[in-house]
Design a protein around this ligand. Sequence first.
Ligand SMILES: [Zn+2]
Length: 351
Amino acid sequence: MTKDEVAKLIELVAGRLNAGRGTWLPTPTRPEPPGDPTPGNLPTWAGAAQSLTDIAPLRREAGFPKHRPEYAAIVAASRQAAAARGPSPLPSGSSAGAARTATQRTPREVSIGVSNRHVHLSQRDFEVLFGKGKALSVQRIISQPGQFAAAESVTAVGPKGKLESVRIVGPARGATQLEVSPADCKALGIDAPVSVSGKLEKSAGGVTLEGPAGKVTLSGGVIVAQRHLHVATADGRKLGVADGDKVAIECGPAGRRATLHDVIVRLGPSHKTELHLDLDEANAAGVKTGDKALIVARSGAASAGKKRPLMTERDVAALAARGEKISPRGPYLLTPAARDRAKALGIWTGD
Ligand SMILES: [Zn+2]
């Protein structure tokens, strides 16, 4: 077969294959995208017009994993935090190990109650100040169950000055306790210690209470109440706190935002969940009663026994470098890889 014959044969075959179509090889055509893009707007199929959710739509109904926050929500929260308009979505005050589980959970919100200076009176002192046979009259029920602000008030007189209309909080207690802020201490000219309410071993005296019927000079019982978080028993688990824990809370608007440490947790059936700050603390952070605060870190006696810090391979290597041993009964949890590493390094004291 000559070259010419081959060329003719190719032409013939091509003609047959292509019968009725005009060209031998069809020109590939792109399918038209659906819709008609309006001039000026990017067509819906253009990559630049799409958000992540267009490409991978979120299907909440169809078993959407609850632990994965929506992308849009994360972006919004981060931007808000960057603009200091909202609480940071990130855990703060985090430290590796002990606080890890606490900080990795979502921040927890509690209401703030601001306590102005007030006094709890013993029945004996009340009778001296107001007269025998008198009783406190309820002006307002306050947030903690069973307690009320009385209509009656007293004047507190210190070496330097006095505070008038100091509210009495009822009912009567076993011992008289005057709770003031550091600024009040300055005004009175006393130096009262920060103390947990009810624990008066560490308290100041030298203040005289004056009522309509008489005076009582206190030899003790004047304190600056330690910032504390009342927690109802039912809320303890939700907030991840136990009685006696210390937590750090974040509160306040932009410009005054503050993290307050050493907030002592008082958990029990007689408590309603609320963060109590004195007026100085509240003013410093720019908050008032009813505002919200976030628990951002937790440490403390009560939770320390239950939660052991997690030790990783890297921690093990660091201990080995310091020449320390690791016991299977140590106050930490080891990852399986960390245990293997400890064995390999010869610092594992178990079998
Ligand atoms: Zn309180």
